[in-house]
Ligand binder design. Structure first.
Ligand SMILES: *[C@@H]1O[C@H](CO)[C@@H](O)[C@H](O)[C@H]1NC(C)=O
Ligand SMILES: *[C@@H]1O[C@H](CO)[C@@H](O)[C@H](O)[C@H]1NC(C)=O
Ligand SMILES: *[C@@H]1O[C@H](CO)[C@@H](O)[C@H](O)[C@H]1NC(C)=O
Ligand SMILES: *[C@@H]1O[C@H](CO)[C@@H](O)[C@H](O)[C@H]1NC(C)=O
Ligand SMILES: *[C@@H]1O[C@H](CO)[C@@H](O)[C@H](O)[C@H]1NC(C)=O
Length: 511
């Protein structure tokens, strides 16, 4: 068992592979943007991405589309990027208490009913932006803030002198925290914030809200559960939780299916239904706004970077409350009185599946666990599966998005990640190992040996796939993806697996 390795073993073993690693779902994105996704990938809930057929389709689409979003177009720095360098470091610190101004604004509005372009009065609004993070750009506004979703615009009317002053009065933000991935960011809709002279003739308010607005995106990798948690849900928690439900959430790249899938979480963050930004023809006025959400790292919250000092414990408490999960802690099962700890086995189907799944389940059962076999069908129903996971003490599965459901395990639960063959440890650890202890969960790692992969049916044992898998990493992401991520299933060495299961069993039971 390679459980809980010390820090020194965590250092990168395969160079820059991690950035490329995270590009996995880009193939889907191309299709997503061209409305061909449904016919190509019926469901990806538990899968990262299917390749093969998709690659072919992408190629076809490229030919068909005169202005395709190709990796090349990503090298032309988008406007937002150019701006970001100039204004790096501007802080949201600058926002001071505008309660007084807000009160007089509200009074004025109550008399007037609606603000007209002409009634731009004394400076009363604030704009501040932080473009210094590697993951995201964010802007905060207060005062007279107007939103017109259809045109992708915000107006900060009559900004005060100590506000942030962007060149030409406009800032552009893509509200998705994967800023370093230029190509995927290009698929996220831009929000343009007009201030100063650029907001001199703002549109009239048609709807007034008396709560703040937070703008996020349900685009990019939202079909992948790991990315939904890492890039959308956790950042949204960081940004909107502080309002205790009294906040209007607005989504760019609005995906109805996503909104439905995550409805429990959204309802726990806001008492109002999410607004579809891109389709919204209304001019909405808010007392304050945050555009862009705050992500810190893969599946993690870094308290020092959180404005409110949130931790993953806070996030997991929040999830438990959103899904009404009662079990906050695991309690050791009493072996003498015949109690069996519950183990949920997250099962993949198309790749990185367990060829001897039935034997693995039987082995864990023999060892003493009550096993819940969770195929993609079960995992797809988020609320129901959250409850299943919450009722378990241990989660086991091969590396993949399905393991992200560990967020629903009770405190002191245990998760075991099975890492497929191919020098993948560092990548797998970064995504689904490193975040585990911060959740109050114990992490166990099981790295498949060369004997435990179906690659041995395809490649001779003296092939570089076995002799030097990291050499494949050096060739780039595509071969790693094709060979090691999509190209293998795992055949567990049942004796070895039993040994690991027994150790976990001992650690979650008492005599
Ligand atoms: C801006 O963001 C960076 C990176 O996330 C953070 O370290 C810094 O504290 C932020 N600045 C302010 C003033 O919040
Ligand atoms: C600002 O406006 C000037 C004149 O319209 C234009 O030449 C310049 O490119 C603009 N700069 C930005 C960053 O948009
Ligand atoms: C475990 O169960 C046995 C038999 O029912 C009982 O005697 C023992 O006290 C229990 N141990 C604990 C720690 O509850
Ligand atoms: C959680 O696990 C730790 C380490 O095994 C143990 O000391 C602690 O008592 C457990 N907490 C609860 C509430 O079971
Ligand atoms: C892995 O197993 C699935 C069935 O569970 C099969 O469809 C797929 O082709 C297998 N992949 C490889 C690379 O062996």
């Amino acid at each position: 068992m390679k459980a809980r390795r010390n820090e020194s073993s965590k250092k990168p073993r395969c160079g820059g592979a991690v950035a490329a690693w995270l590009l996995v779902p880009l193939l889907v994105l191309v299709l997503l943007k061209t409305d061909c996704l449904l016919q190509v990938t019926p469901r990806l809930d538990c899968e990262r991405v299917r390749q093969g057929q998709q690659l072919v389709d992408v190629a076809k689409l490229k030919d068909a589309d005169p202005t395709p979003k190709t990796p090349d177009s990503a090298t032309e720095a988008p406007r937002s990027h150019a701006l970001s360098d100039e204004i790096a470091g501007h802080s949201i610190d600058a926002i001071k208490d505008l309660k007084h101004e807000k009160d007089s604004l509200a009074m004025k509005a109550a008399i007037d009913g609606s603000l007209r372009s002409s009634d731009v009065a004394a400076p009363r609004s604030k704009l501040s932006c932080n473009f210094s993070s590697k993951r995201m750009n964010t802007c905060a506004m207060e005062g007279d803030v107007r939103m017109h979703g259809k045109s992708g615009s915000f107006y900060v009317v009559a900004v005060s002198d100590d506000s942030y002053r962007p060149e030409n009065g406009t800032v552009v933000i893509r509200p998705y925290p994967r800023k370093w991935e230029k190509w995927s960011m290009l698929t996220v809709r831009e929000v343009t914030i007009h201030s100063g002279a650029a907001a001199a003739a703002p549109p009239r308010c048609t709807v007034r809200h008396d709560v703040p607005v937070v703008v996020f995106s349900t685009g990019a990798y939202s079909r992948n559960f790991f990315h939904s948690m890492t890039d959308i849900v956790i950042p949204l928690f960081n940004t909107a939780r502080e309002y205790d439900g009294q906040v209007q959430l607005v989504a760019t790249d609005y995906k109805h299916k996503w909104i439905t899938q995550f409805r429990h979480i959204l309802a726990a963050l806001s008492v109002y239904p999410v607004i579809d930004f891109d389709a919204d023809e209304t001019v909405r006025c808010f007392p304050s706004a945050r555009v862009g959400v705050e992500g810190h790292a893969e599946l993690r919250i870094i308290p020092a970077l959180s404005r409110k000092g949130y931790t993953m414990t806070d996030f997991r408490d929040f999830l438990r409350s959103a899904y009404s999960l009662k079990r906050a802690w695991t309690t050791p099962a009493n072996r003498s009185s015949g109690q069996r700890p519950r183990l949920v086995m997250v099962l993949r189907r198309k790749s990185r599946s367990l060829t001897n799944e039935a034997e693995a389940i039987a082995t864990a059962t023999e060892v003493g666990f009550e096993v819940v076999a969770a195929g993609p069908e079960m995992v797809a129903n988020m609320a129901e599966f959250a409850e299943v996971v919450s009722s378990c003490d241990v989660m086991v599965g091969v590396h993949g998005a399905g393991l992200t459901n560990m967020v629903f395990l009770p405190n002191n639960g245990t998760v075991m990640q099975i890492i497929p063959w191919g020098g993948l440890r560092w990548n797998c650890f970064t995504e689904l190992g490193l975040p585990v202890p911060e959740m109050g969960i114990r992490y166990v790692e099981y790295e498949a040996t060369a004997e435990e992969t179906t690659l041995k049916d395809v490649y001779p044992r003296d092939h570089v796939v076995f002799t030097d898998p990291l050499a494949i990493h050096k060739k780039g992401f595509d071969p790693v993806y094709e060979i090691f991520l999509e190209g293998q299933n795992v055949t567990l060495d049942i004796d070895r697996f039993r040994g690991t299961m027994q150790q976990i069993y001992q650690s979650v039971t008492i005599a």
